[in-house]
Design a binder for this molecule. Structure first.
Ligand code: PLP
Length: 571
């Protein structure tokens, strides 16, 4: 019997759970076309009727939104249910290293490895993976998308460059029954040379068009960006503009008005500054930046950076880690170059293929393991290929691998990945796709999306002419995305259009963009154009001018990173 006069609604006998302080459906964001109340779950669950109705409206909502999805670099052309739906009733877990077997046998690592091989081959890495061959690739299928791959790359880079070692514990001073004890590993810190206190303090560089996951990942890892290091240690020494504040990120060519690829001269100047102070260097490049779809010229940037690395002894360094044996050392690079190819790394190889066959007039910059300075690469599985959930591929070289100190025997394979449990269905999805799609088909698909992007530009420019209004229509070279003046909220919702604010010639402009993916049709672009032709499609924007900070860098605040809150695909 309840003591209170008014027991909380639906509270089952004996349960201790809080009632809501107010109706949640009046508190949370409203989704047009859905009634949040019909999804709220009481402690006794839903009746079959309620559940059925909720399922119907869930499916209807997603089908409608999927059918006019234009705003993100996600392929909605999925075709897995026929072959793989039955897997949804099996828990498939690829916990541990993709190349270890492990005791959790309900896994799809036998599919994961061919998928990794496929990408290693596409990106010109040495394959198959061979633990005794440092030049061969190593990698795994990510449980998250490229966000996890970027995190893993930065983590790997930080450990590698800050002189960490995973070594076999020789068990000095312990019981002599070595043969009976499990093999143990020790994570140790190497010894920085006394003449260079910065030798193990890496500094990260990425452009202002870089995805916010890299900002977040740097923060998670406590990694210093050049912005933090510059403002705190060298406040008045910004080499790009002496006496002026440090830029938050490496400038992109032409800033907000430009194509979105990294300004290599600015990067080289910034890197040179920190390399000359003895810091190892982490550079992250974009292959298909999130908003403008821009390709950083990884080859040109790497070639410009190599002489700096050589000049400052970063092309190869001997790292000592055993105080009892000062001659023992490991040769490592003092730099790490990561390619964030969330979208681009999945299809630019096919554009190159088309270019080599004379089927397209242009190709993108070289970016893969043919460039000896590339340390790691990532791509998302749900973007170009298309998958029902986020997933992705991370690839590095075996010689750069850092294993965390754990070696959980109960799993039976080394715990080299970021996540413990890993989604085994992702491997099945990606494998199913590549098994059914030849390189030739991928190339055709890449050419079709390029054509679709060109079609969208033509239609938007025609509309611009018709309306007699500058719609700021822009497409970076070979990008699958087109940016234009921000549309009204109804249109933004209808087509799931992502937004970004850019300074163009000192004026802040709100943009949307659309992506031409395999699932994008001419009909859908035509429908968008029809909606954009209507009065009120482009709300007036408050003119807002960029204010240049006239004061030099402030010394009172310890600035970590510039955290983007309104851009790069957040909304
Ligand atoms: C989408 C994207 C990411 C993040 O990938 P997720 O798969 O969403 O985690 C990272 N970098 C770039 C350039 C992207 O476009």
């Amino acid at each position: 019997m309840s003591m209170s006069k008014k027991p909380a609604a639906h509270k089952p006998a004996g349960a201790t759970c809080t009632p809501p302080t107010r109706p949640p459906w009046e508190t949370y964001p409203v989704t047009p076309g859905l009634d949040a109340r019909s999804f709220q779950v009481p402690p006794e669950g839903m009746s079959l009727e309620q559940y059925g109705r909720a399922l119907d409206s869930l499916k209807k909502y997603l089908k409608v939104q999927q059918s006019r999805f234009l705003g993100y670099q996600v392929n909605q052309n999925l075709d897995y249910a026929r072959d793989l739906a039955s897997l949804l009733d099996i828990h498939v877990n690829n916990v541990g290293d993709a190349f270890g077997s492990g005791n959790l046998t309900v896994n799809t690592k036998f599919l994961e490895r061919p998928v990794l091989d496929y990408y290693a081959s596409l990106w010109n890495a040495k394959w198959p993976h061979d633990p005794s061959d440092g030049e061969s690739y190593w990698g795994y299928i990510l449980s998250m998308g490229s966000t996890e791959g970027n995190l893993y790359a930065l983590w790997n880079a930080r450990e590698y460059l800050s002189g960490k070692f995973l070594i076999e514990d020789d068990g000095i001073g312990e019981s002599p029954q070595r043969g009976l004890r499990p093999r143990r590993l020790l994570y140790v810190q190497g010894k920085a040379p006394s003449e260079n206190p910065n030798a193990f303090t890496p500094v990260a560089f990425y452009s202002e068009d870089t995805h916010y996951s890299l900002v977040k990942d740097s923060m998670v890892l406590g990694l210093s960006t050049f912005y933090e290091m510059g403002t705190t240690r060298y406040p008045d020494m910004n080499p790009l503009a002496p006496g002026k504040p440090w830029p938050h990120e490496v400038p992109s060519q032409g800033g907000g008005a430009g194509p979105g690829s990294i300004d290599i001269n600015a990067l080289v100047t910034l890197v040179e500054f920190f390399a000359s102070k003895g810091h190892p260097v982490i550079c992250c490049f974009n292959l298909g930046s999130t908003f403008k779809g821009a390709y950083d010229d990884v080859e040109m940037a790497g070639k410009a950076l190599m002489p700096i690395f050589e000049k400052h002894g970063l092309h190869e360094r001997a790292i000592h880690w055993d105080p009892r044996n000062p001659k023992k050392h490991h040769l490592r690079k003092g730099y790490w170059i990561h390619v964030d190819g969330a979208l681009g790394a999945s299809y630019m190889p096919f554009i190159e293929m088309a270019f080599n066959r004379g089927l397209i007039a242009q190709r993108g910059p070289a970016f893969d393991f043919r460039l000896p300075f590339v340390s790691s690469m990532v791509t998302s599985g749900h973007k170009w290929i298309g998958a029902p959930w986020p997933c992705g591929i991370f690839i590095t070289k075996t010689k750069y691998q850092m294993r965390p100190p754990d070696n959980p025997a109960y799993i039976g394979s080394p715990d080299t990945t970021f996540a413990g449990s890993r989604n085994g269905l992702s491997a099945a999805i990606l494998w199913s796709h590549i098994a059914r799609t030849s390189h030739e088909q991928q190339m055709r698909k890449a050419l079709l999306t390029e054509e679709m992007a060109a079609y969208a530009v033509t239609r938007l420019r025609d509309l611009q002419k018709k309306l007699g209004e500058d719609l700021w229509v822009e497409r970076s070279p070979l990008a699958l995305t087109i940016r234009f003046k921000k549309a009204n909220p109804d249109i933004v919702f209808k087509y799931s259009l992502s937004g970004e604010a850019l300074y163009v010639n000192g004026e802040l402009r709100a943009y949307n963009h659309l992506f031409a993916m395999e699932s994008t049709t001419r009909d859908l672009i035509d429908e968008l154009i029809t909606d954009l032709s209507k009065p009120g499609a482009f709300p007036a924007q408050d003119p807002h001018r960029e204010t240049q900070s006239k004061t030099a860098a402030r010394h009172d605040v310890h600035r970590l990173v510039h955290y983007p809150t309104h851009a790069r695909g957040f909304h």
